[in-house]
Ligand binder design. Sequence first.
Ligand SMILES: *[C@@H]1O[C@H](CO)[C@@H](O)[C@H](O)[C@H]1NC(C)=O
Ligand SMILES: *[C@@H]1O[C@H](CO)[C@@H](O)[C@H](O)[C@H]1NC(C)=O
Ligand SMILES: *[C@@H]1O[C@H](CO)[C@@H](O)[C@H](O)[C@H]1NC(C)=O
Ligand SMILES: *[C@@H]1O[C@H](CO)[C@@H](O)[C@H](O)[C@H]1NC(C)=O
Ligand SMILES: *[C@@H]1O[C@H](CO)[C@@H](O)[C@H](O)[C@H]1NC(C)=O
Length: 306
Amino acid sequence: METGFYFCSACCFLIIFSKAATAIDTISPSESLTDGRTLISNDETFVLGFFSPGTSKNQYLGIWFNNIPVQTVVWVANRINPINDSTGLLQIENGGRIVLQVQNITAVWSTNTTASVQNPVLQLLESGNLVVWDGTDSNSDNYLWQSFDYPSDTMLPGMKIGVDLRTGFQRRLSAWKSGDDPSPGDLTYGVELEGSPEMVLRKGLEKYSLSGLWNGNGFSGAPYYRSNPIFEYDFVWKENEIYYIFFLKNQSGKLRNVLNESQSQSQSYAWNQETQTWQQFIALPIDYSDRYGLCGPNANCVIELN
Ligand SMILES: *[C@@H]1O[C@H](CO)[C@@H](O)[C@H](O)[C@H]1NC(C)=O
Ligand SMILES: *[C@@H]1O[C@H](CO)[C@@H](O)[C@H](O)[C@H]1NC(C)=O
Ligand SMILES: *[C@@H]1O[C@H](CO)[C@@H](O)[C@H](O)[C@H]1NC(C)=O
Ligand SMILES: *[C@@H]1O[C@H](CO)[C@@H](O)[C@H](O)[C@H]1NC(C)=O
Ligand SMILES: *[C@@H]1O[C@H](CO)[C@@H](O)[C@H](O)[C@H]1NC(C)=O
């Protein structure tokens, strides 16, 4: 037993050591992440760290694209509770709860994990999903918590937007208030159920159906994405959950769908490697007929994607 233990420790040490030489994508309960340090996903697509948006001096814990000249944030932990100094400290507790604290005491953000595990691991995945899993569980896909369940303003490939029908839990996007303030604005995007489900963008009380109602095997008014070279999408309606999801056609591409508060739009951007810029290729609503009511279940809306 003892030999096994020492052997294992040596292995772990080597793994940690060789990892440290490149980038680190995990934190365990004995470690922490402080201002100025980052986690970088395995193939270096995403970064987790502290940042200040726009001209703000406030600090937030967030995830952004790595190796892109314009910092492009896709997720923020403490959206409504900014940190005003550089004492932010991210840790994972033994029970698997993630805690972000300042000045060694005040928790400005934490997760709500109820399961209790021996060896929780916090990991930033290549998809941009920040997850907690049990290090003793051989299946690391059994997440105790994942940031994809708590989206900010951005939908990434592989992320579900929708409703868990057993619990009523909603996964929906909400725009940043402004470029300097990631706290939730008025614009939201999610699945709404009024008999038949539909994808709805809301600006306060104003409602835009982006899909039309689901009529059993398709949406009444959503031909937008049918044939595009960049991504494929699925709308899944099962006994337990309803969600919208999309995937990249070319895995080496970068894609994000983001809510834009000032334009009241849901915008899709693809990264152009040559020009080193984000190119917008869809903005919804794109047409007056997207407005709720004009594309009812029996209306025949045809909207071309230009
Ligand atoms: C910074 O935040 C802490 C708690 O989050 C608070 O106690 C302190 O007064 C704040 N300082 C300033 C200068 O706003
Ligand atoms: C934070 O708290 C720990 C334990 O309470 C203490 O040992 C440490 O000195 C504190 N660090 C700072 C910077 O106050
Ligand atoms: C934590 O869980 C409780 C009970 O399920 C819930 O009411 C609360 O909103 C959750 N808090 C967060 C931050 O998710
Ligand atoms: C996928 O994208 C990469 C980089 O942008 C490009 O080099 C490659 O040709 C693309 N593959 C396909 C099948 O389009
Ligand atoms: C909002 O959309 C406008 C017009 O497309 C664009 O110029 C601006 O950068 C967008 N804002 C954000 C925060 O993406």
